[in-house]
Design a protein around this ligand. Structure first.
Ligand code: ADP
Ligand code: 5GP
Length: 236
């Protein structure tokens, strides 16, 4: 019998500018057997983006037809203007290849996936604080002042959802964050494989565990406060 196993679905969400694309690109370069789900969107391509690479760029009519044909695992209207969606076929294709699948989607999409696929692993990337996020958005040099302020305001709202995720990655030092993200992916694979865990593997699992919500949540309140949000205890 061939050793088939279900694909692990990893969800990664983050406010724009946190460093998610940088981390995802590193992860896909370094970890074999991980497919990236290329979302469909009705927004226009930015800068050097190419159709079929970062996104499948489609019209509103095409997107709405895909919704009617039930082609999406999840879809959402992000920032209230454009549709974004994850096509079911990416999961089918990953499964056929015996690969895992990475979804880069927003908070609403993550909630929909978690409902449909409770075994999916969700990771939220946080910036170290608001000032750093603003600096990274400016450094990228793609956005106007107005867009940067809009993104910072969206970030303030998005980060409130951190506690709906399995793992939190505070992207301070890039190399450390990249190692931790790889550890999360590998640790979940190890644990689902049921194979005995070597001493080397144990280090990977320990590194991943440091980023589990329960183990890292005490580091989040100062980040929320830097965005002007109330600390979590104030919501009780
Ligand atoms: P996102 O995909 O979350 O919008 P990017 O990956 O485009 O963010 O990163 C935004 C900017 O921040 C880029 O210029 C990137 O090189 C930089 N960056 C990402 N992570 C770090 C980090 N840990 N330290 C410093 N700069 C970073
Ligand atoms: P951007 O337009 O900056 O590329 O992405 C805006 C937001 O849309 C990001 O938070 C990104 O994670 C999210 N996004 C991208 N693809 C999808 C998708 O297929 N579904 C959902 N729900 N969100 C997505």
């Amino acid at each position: 019998m061939s050793p088939t196993r279900k694909s692990i679905v990893y969800i990664i969400s983050a406010p724009s500018g946190s460093g998610k694309s940088t981390l995802v690109n590193e992860l896909l370069r370094l970890v074999p057997g991980l497919d990236f789900s290329i979302s469909y969107t009705t927004r226009l391509p930015r800068g050097s983006e190419q159709n079929g690479k970062q996104y499948h760029f489609v019209s509103r009519e095409e997107f709405e037809q895909m919704i009617r044909d039930d082609e999406f695992l999840e879809h959402a209207s992000v920032y209230g203007t454009n549709y974004y969606g994850t096509a079911r076929r990416f999961l089918r294709e990953a499964e056929q290849k015996g690969n895992d699948l990475l979804l880069d989607i927003d908070v609403q999409g993550a909630a929909q996936i978690k409902q449909k696929l409770p075994q999916a692993i969700s990771i939220f990337v946080l910036p170290p604080d608001r000032k750093t996020l603003e600096w990274r958005l400016r450094k990228r040099g793609e956005d106007s002042d107005e867009t940067i302020h809009r993104r910072l305001d969206a970030a303030r709202r998005e980060i409130e959802n951190y506690d709906k995720y399995d793992y939190i990655l505070i992207n301070d030092k890039l190399e450390e964050s990249s190692d931790s993200l790889q550890a999360i992916v590998l640790s979940e694979r190890l644990q689902r494989s049921g194979a005995p865990i070597s001493a080397e593997d144990k280090k990977v699992v320990e590194l991943a565990d440091r980023h589990r919500l329960a183990n890292i949540r005490q580091r989040v309140p100062p980040i929320l406060e830097s965005f002007g949000n109330l600390p979590p205890s104030a919501h009780l």
